[in-house]
Design a protein around this ligand. Structure first.
Ligand SMILES: Cc1cc2nc3c(=O)[nH]c(=O)nc-3n(C[C@H](O)[C@H](O)[C@H](O)COP(=O)(O)OP(=O)(O)OC[C@H]3O[C@@H](n4cnc5c(N)ncnc54)[C@H](O)[C@@H]3O)c2cc1C
Length: 394
C-alpha cells in the first residue's frame, strides 16, 4: 500500500457507504480507499421482505466491483472506531489506521419488546432472512399463523408480501395504531382495502411482551403465533456506542451540516447511523436519505483532501413508496419537508414506480462505481441550508 497517499476508510458497504466511495473516487489527488463490510456482497435491504418469501433479489459482489477502481475491499467485522488514535479495530485482524473515515454502518432492528430477542425474528440481512424462508414455506403448507409486529413501512411491506405469496398463511398485523400517520385518506383507505383483501387480521394495542407462542397485549389479550416477526423499528448500529462515542436515543452519531461528526474534522457519518437535520427537521432513516448522505460525505472528504470548500448537505423528500405484494403498492407523494400532499398513486402505476425506484438504487450504485460518472441526483429542500461555519482544516 502506498503510504504517501491519504488513507480513507469507509465503514459499511451498503447504500450510504458505496455512494460515498463512488463520489470519493472523483478526488483529484490519489487516495488509498479501503471499504470494510462484514458481508462479501451488497444486498438490497429494501427488498428483504421479498427475500423472506423466497424471491430472487440482485446482489453485487463487492471485491470485483471495488477493486476494478483501485479500491481495497476488506471483508471483516468492525468492532470499534477509535477517533483519538485514528484506528479501526477489527475482529481477528490487526487494527487499521486512517487519515479520514466515513462511518456508514447503518441500522439494526430494534428488538426492544420483552421476549423479542428470544421468541421473535426480524428482517436484518439476507442470510438471516433466507434462513427463515423454509420455515415459512412449511407453515404455509400447514396454514400456520404468523404475527407481524409494527405499523411502519417494514411491517406493512412484510405482512402484505407474505400474504400475497402464501395466501394460506393466517397473518396478524399487531400495532399500537391502525392508521399510518403519513398517509392521506385516499392512500389509507387503499391500504385498508388491500389488507382486508389479503385477509390480514389487524389488532390494535400496546404490545407488552412476546412469549414462546403468543404476543401479549397490555390488556392481557394473547395473540397466538407459529412465527413472530418484530418489525417495530430500527436503531443505529451499536458499533458507535461500543466505541464510546456520544450517541442519541436511537444510537445515532450527531453530525454538522457537512455530515462531519461533531467535534471532529476527519470523521464523516452517513445514512441510518447519522443524526442530521435539514432546516431544523431530523432526517429519517431510509434508503432515500442514505444514498444522498453517502454521496455528500464522499464529496466532502474529497473536498477536504483537495483543499476545496465543503458543501452543506441539502435534501428534499418527494414521496414514500410502499409495496403491498408484487401486484399492489402505494406511492404517497410529499412536499420537500416530508409532509404528505393529496397526490397518491396506487395499483399498477404505484407498482411500476416502486419497482423502478428499487431497480434504480442498485443500478446507480453499480454504474457510478463502474464508470466514475455522476449518474445519481437527489432533490434538495429548495431552501438554502444554514450551517455553522466549518473548520475546513484537518
Ligand atoms: C424490509 C425493509 C424494507 C425497506 N424499504 C425501504 C424503502 O422502501 N425505502 C427506503 O427509503 N428505505 C427502506 N428501508 C430502510 C433502508 O433499508 C435503510 O434505511 C438503509 O438500508 C440504510 O442504509 P445505510 O447504508 O445507512 O445502512 P445499511 O443498509 O444498514 O448498511 C450497513 C452496512 O454496514 C455493514 N455492517 C454493519 N455493522 C458492521 C460491522 N460491525 N462490521 C462490518 N460491517 C458491518 C452491513 O453489513 C451493511 O452492509 C427498508 C428496510 C427494511 C428492513
Amino acid at each position: 500500500m502506498n503510504t504517501s497517499k491519504p488513507t480513507v476508510i469507509i465503514l459499511g458497504a451498503s447504500y450510504a457507504g458505496l455512494m460515498a466511495c463512488a463520489r470519493l473516487l472523483h478526488s483529484k489527488k490519489p487516495l488509498n480507499i479501503i471499504v470494510i463490510d462484514g458481508k462479501s456482497h451488497f444486498e438490497q435491504k429494501i427488498r428483504l421482505h421479498e427475500t423472506l418469501t423466497g424471491q430472487h433479489t440482485q446482489t453485487l459482489a463487492l471485491s470485483p466491483l471495488l477493486e476494478r477502481r483501485g479500491v481495497t475491499f476488506l471483508q471483516a467485522y468492525i468492532e470499534k472506531l477509535d477517533i483519538h488514535n485514528q484506528q479501526i479495530t477489527l475482529k481477528d485482524l490487526p487494527p487499521l489506521s486512517y487519515d479520514y473515515v466515513i462511518y456508514a454502518l447503518g441500522s439494526v432492528p430494534h428488538q426492544h419488546i420483552k421476549g423479542s430477542a428470544q421468541f421473535a425474528h426480524s428482517l436484518h440481512n439476507k442470510q438471516q432472512v433466507t434462513s427463515l424462508e423454509s420455515k415459512i414455506r412449511t407453515l404455509a403448507q400447514q396454514e400456520g399463523r404468523i404475527a407481524v409486529l409494527g405499523s411502519g413501512l417494514t411491517a406493512i411491506e412484510t405482512c402484505t408480501e407474505l400474504a400475497a405469496t402464501f395466501p394460506s398463511l393466517k397473518i396478524s398485523l399487531i400495532s399500537r395504531q391502525l392508521k399510518q400517520t403519513n398517509l392521506v385518506e385516499k392512500a389509507q383507505s387503499h391500504l385498508d382495502k388491500v389488507l382486508e383483501n389479503y385477509g390480514i387480521d389487524r389488532h390494535q394495542g400496546t404490545i407488552q411482551a412476546i412469549s414462546e407462542q403468543a404476543v401479549i397485549l397490555a390488556d392481557d389479550q394473547k395473540i397466538p403465533f407459529d412465527l413472530c416477526l418484530d418489525c417495530t423499528g430500527m436503531v443505529a448500529n451499536p458499533v458507535a456506542r461500543h466505541s464510546q462515542l456520544a450517541v442519541d436515543e436511537q444510537g445515532r452519531l450527531t453530525v454538522d451540516g457537512y455530515l462531519r461528526l461533531l467535534g471532529t474534522n476527519n470523521v464523516f457519518v452517513a445514512g441510518d447511523a447519522a443524526r442530521s437535520e435539514i432546516n431544523g427537521e431530523l432526517i429519517r432513516m431510509s434508503c432515500a436519505t442514505a444514498m444522498p448522505m453517502g454521496a455528500q460525505a464522499g464529496i466532502n472528504v474529497a473536498a477536504l483532501i483537495n483543499h476545496r470548500v465543503l458543501q452543506a448537505f441539502n435534501f428534499g423528500y418527494f414521496a414514500r413508496f410502499t409495496s403491498l405484494g408484487r401486484k399492489q403498492a402505494i406511492v404517497q407523494f410529499s412536499d420537500r419537508a416530508d409532509q404528505s400532499t393529496r397526490w397518491v398513486a396506487t395499483d399498477y402505476l404505484a407498482c411500476l414506480y416502486k419497482e423502478w425506484i428499487c431497480k434504480m438504487t442498485v443500478a446507480m450504485i453499480k454504474w457510478e462505481l463502474i464508470t466514475g460518472l455522476t449518474l445519481y441526483f437527489w432533490s434538495t429542500s429548495g431552501v438554502s441550508t444554514v450551517v455553522e461555519p466549518a473548520n475546513q482544516n484537518r
